[in-house]
Write a protein of this length. Structure first.
Length: 451
């Protein structure tokens, strides 16, 4: 008996230590079993206390009266299945007649307290079926991306969501995006994760970094073109517009609109073309968009209008040509001049790290969701990397990207340097690398640690 008590005390001590120091390990060893038992035991009483039950059907009441039996109890949503995950539980519920998915979403905070979970979110899968995701611990405190993820062409896992699922940047679903964040908010780390995820793919990277290239030029071996000042950026964007027009001419030549060609084979964008004819997709990363929109004299104003016009054209027409925009900045507001709100309207994806003013949050989410605006301005300064991600559908998530140092991103870009395509239209903007820039193997040489 004494040995059993000692073993029980040791197990409790280990569980407490894991919960304090390694919450993920605690969840996988002890937490998931306790949480499943807690949900199954408390389910009926919690649903009743949260107002998520419906009265019994009239025929059941009539049958009970006729048989002189007790009145049936109110019914809770039926559990279709309960699945543990590496971060929590996934509960799939079948709603009773008269219930709505909004009822589950409105009661999410009460469910969190009742089941002693860290977070609860819900979404409707189909008519009458709701998925409730519960997290057992704060997954954003120490981000650990899963070893395996559902990566596809032009789909990059960049962060972890608050509900424990992976947040993907899917360029084919959301071609253009806006990323905002104040200094030291984690925006650069998010951008490095994006480049690191794109590096192994068959894609051309084009960068515009008007901070003299301090953010993107260390990653130059994986970039097909780079610009480090507004003048070069204007010429680079014009070259991208020329490439876009050439790709459209190729699509027109290969559309094959004849009566004997199935509808599925008619080309409308680069992904409908045969693989041997398909142009390389291009992702354009603009590190600080405000530097492209500011001007001090008439000459710079003309350059500014030229740049914004090119960005708007690429945002409006670039998707079918395989050109995708990733616009980043510390500040994004209508005071940047004409064309800025038109550009924002084309940027479907929105990500906002901690911002210094509510106006920037409104520019990111004001036309999407007021709740997302409120969540964006409440991000604490000590939680670097935490961001609010949403899209034009109105849905939004709290996410955090894993910390990736500049050295790690540089090493990854060096490893996949041979995948950097040469685009004839952008040859003038190919970054000059250490060593012989004309040598086809110069991209494989390591960048000095000071780079």
């Amino acid at each position: 008996m004494t040995g059993f008590v000692v073993a029980l005390v040791l197990v409790a001590a280990v569980a407490g230590l894991l919960r304090w120091r390694r919450p993920a390990w605690y969840w996988l060893t002890f937490g998931v079993t306790l949480a499943v038992a807690r949900v199954l035991v408390r389910y009926s009483s919690v649903m009743d206390a949260c107002g998520l039950t419906v009265p019994p059907a009239r025929w059941r009441l009539a049958l009970a009266r006729a048989a002189n039996r007790p009145i049936p109890e109110s019914r809770s949503p039926r559990i279709l299945w309960l699945r543990p995950t590496r971060t929590g539980l996934v509960l799939r519920l079948k709603l009773r007649p008269g219930q709505d998915a909004f009822d589950i979403a409105a009661a999410s905070d009460r469910l969190r307290h009742s089941f002693s979970m860290h977070g609860v979110t819900s979404r409707e899968l189909s008519s009458g079926v709701v998925e409730v995701r519960m997290t057992g611990y704060d997954v954003l405190k120490r981000v650990q991306m899963p070893v395996e993820s559902d990566s596809r062409p032009m789909r990059v896992p960049v962060a972890l969501r608050q509900d424990g699922s992976v947040h993907y940047r899917d360029y084919r679903a959301i071609p253009h995006a806006l990323t905002l964040g104040a200094t030291e908010s984690g925006k650069s780390v998010y951008q490095r994760n994006l480049v690191a995820g794109l590096a192994p793919m068959n894609v051309a990277l084009v960068g515009i970094d008007c901070k003299k290239g301090v953010e993107l030029f260390p990653l130059a071996r994986r970039f097909s073109a780079l610009a480090d000042n507004p003048d070069t950026a204007a010429e680079l964007l014009d070259a991208l517009v020329v490439r876009m027009e050439g790709v459209y001419q190729l699509i027109r030549a290969e559309q094959r609109i004849t009566a004997d060609v199935p509808d599925a084979e008619i080309a409308a964008d680069i992904w409908d073309l045969p693989e041997h004819l398909r142009p390389i997709p291009v992702v354009v990363l603009v590190d600080e968009v405000a530097e492209l929109a500011l001007y001090a004299n008439k000459e710079e104003e003309k350059r500014r209008d030229r740049v914004i016009t090119a960005l708007v054209r690429l945002a409006q027409l670039g998707r079918a040509a395989g050109i995708y925009l990733e616009i980043c900045g510390q500040r994004f507001g209508s005071e940047l001049g004409k064309g800025i709100t038109m550009l924002r309207a084309q940027l479907t994806g929105r990500t906002a790290h901690r911002v210094n003013d509510e106006t920037s949050a409104n520019m990111a989410f004001g036309d999407i969701s007021p709740d997302a605006v409120l969540a964006a301005i409440q991000i604490p300064a000590e939680m670097r990397g935490v961001a609010i991600a949403g899209d034009s559908s109105g849905g939004w998530h709290r996410i955090r990207a894993p910390h990736t140092s500049l050295r790690q991103a540089v090493n990854l870009c060096n490893r996949y340097a041979e995948r950097t395509p040469d685009l004839p239209e952008l040859a003038l903007f190919r970054p000059v690398l250490p060593g012989n820039a004309d040598s086809p193997t110069s991209a494989a040489k390591p960048i000095p640690a000071s780079a």
